[in-house]
Design a protein around this ligand. Structure first.
Ligand code: LLP
Length: 423
């Protein structure tokens, strides 16, 4: 069996490459671990989902969920194309602003926030999406022009229990009845523009799901409009658009997902109760996951009952397998035709037994000095990294037609100790 190389990556002279760049050579020059990102792929992903939705519904806004990958070059690639931002904290607001995004293009969905956290959005007139009525009360004297509530609908669907963000066990959102109360008090407090929001879970490949989510949130909107006379500026169906992680898995049919959502939107708008809202989407993973590979080196191969392939990609910089049991395709990038043979654990350098990128994975033989690449490293990898065990986070580079640029420097010892006082 051959090693599986997903798009947009390719084979150039038996080395892994992207957009014409030999990734093995890049990593020899820049060192490992190295996160290599294709700006072209991010743009393609954005254009694909934008076209699918905007060709079916007239008012669509895409807000990139910065939490997936806040590297400024990644965010800028998207905002240059017209994409807005979904942010979850004051720092993310500041980052969006630093990249010149106007407040009206930012949607702020924090949870369990302090008054200061919330004011960081409302004082800039960023739309605040409240997770609870009490959260709105915290800033009732300084509400922004437009607000929304996050509704907890009865759809529980995410790839893992840890990435399911709605339903009875989830900490997010409120019931539609509480939200009705919230919208009425917001109006009494002078707010005149409203949205409504839902986010049920992450990494979903079934296009029918997105129609179901739209239908549930539109039902909620209609209930609120019917009982309050409030019309909606936007309906936000959140993110969750999935990407294939396993060899052979099919991509999300985004055209069909858009078709399902647009049908629901048009249906509810035609009832005449909810107004003529824009449709907001908040994809994170879909836009960035497959644009990047994490590139590392094999440090050693140990046979101790099992075969352990040691690498410099530890759980501090690649947490998803340890945290969720997530699958990521790993290959030997300097010899793409090396056949896979026998099961191995591919592990990192962290002093934890959960520091395992891939367990019992059918993998080629490997030798120290081999280059490994892990796919789908563009989403929830750099943003979830740490310096645990005193291991720094990687250098990041972005390749483009004109060459490549370093978009993040490797952490140094100084970064590791920078906020300690040594007193
Ligand atoms: N909007 C809101 C309010 C969210 O909470 C999230 C993600 C998104 C949008 C973007 O979701 P996406 O399109 O990326 O599925 N760390 C996990 C994923 C957690 C997602 C949390 N919320 C992982 O590594 O799979």
């Amino acid at each position: 069996m051959d090693q599986f190389i997903p798009e947009p990556f390719e084979n150039i002279d038996n080395h892994l490459a992207v957009d014409g760049f030999d990734i093995v050579k890049l990593s020899e020059k820049e060192g490992t671990p190295l996160l290599v990102t294709s700006g072209k792929r991010i743009a393609e992903n954005y254009r694909r989902i934008w076209k699918a939705f905007s060709s079916r519904y007239e008012k669509v806004e895409i807000k990139y969920a910065l939490k997936a990958n806040p590297n400024p070059s990644v965010v800028k690639t998207l905002t240059d194309l017209g994409c807005g931002a979904d942010v979850s904290s004051p720092f993310e607001i500041m980052l969006a602003e630093k990249l010149s995004l106007k407040p009206e293009r930012i949607l702020y969905s924090p949870n369990n926030s302090s008054r200061e956290d919330l004011l960081a959005g409302s004082r800039k007139n960023v739309t605040v999406n409240f997770d609870d009525l009490d959260q709105m009360k915290l800033i009732e004297d300084e509400l922004p022009e437009r607000i929304s509530f996050r509704i907890n609908v009865d759809i529980q669907r995410g790839e893992f229990p840890g990435t399911t963000t709605s339903g009875p066990g989830a900490k997010f959102g409120i019931s539609v009845e509480s939200a009705l109360e919230g919208y009425i008090s917001a109006r009494e407090l002078g707010v005149r523009k409203f949205g409504i929001h839902v986010m049920t879970g992450s990494n979903i490949l079934d296009p029918a799901h997105f129609g179901n989510v739209a239908s549930r949130i539109l039902q909620s909107a209609e209930y609120i409009s019917g009982n309050s006379g409030i019309a909606f500026d936007f309906i936000d169906i959140g993110g969750g658009f999935g990407v294939p992680y396993r060899p052979g898995e099919s991509a999300l049919d985004v055209e069909l997902a858009a078709e399902n959502v647009a049908r629901e939107m048009k249906g509810y708008v035609s009832h005449g109760k909810i107004g003529k809202p824009s449709l907001f989407l908040e994809p994170g993973r879909y836009l960035v996951a497959d644009s990047s590979v994490m590139v590392g080196k094999v440090t050693g191969v140990k046979k101790a009952g099992k075969t352990f392939v040691g690498t410099d990609i530890g759980m501090n910089i690649f947490l998803r397998p340890a945290l969720y049991g997530a699958y990521h395709n790993v290959i030997v990038a300097n010899d793409l035709i090396r056949p896979v043979s026998g099961k191995k654990d591919i592990v990192g350098q962290i002093c934890e037994n959960t520091d395992c990128l891939a367990r019992d994975r059918t993998f080629p033989y490997a030798v120290p000095g081999d280059t490994v690449a892990v796919f789908n490293s563009g989403a929830y990898i750099n943003s979830m990294g740490s310096m645990y065990n005193g291991r720094g986070r990687p250098k990041e580079i972005m390749v483009s037609e004109s060459g490549y640029s370093i978009t993040r420097n490797r952490d140094t010892f100084q970064d590791f100790i920078s906020n300690y006082t040594f007193e």
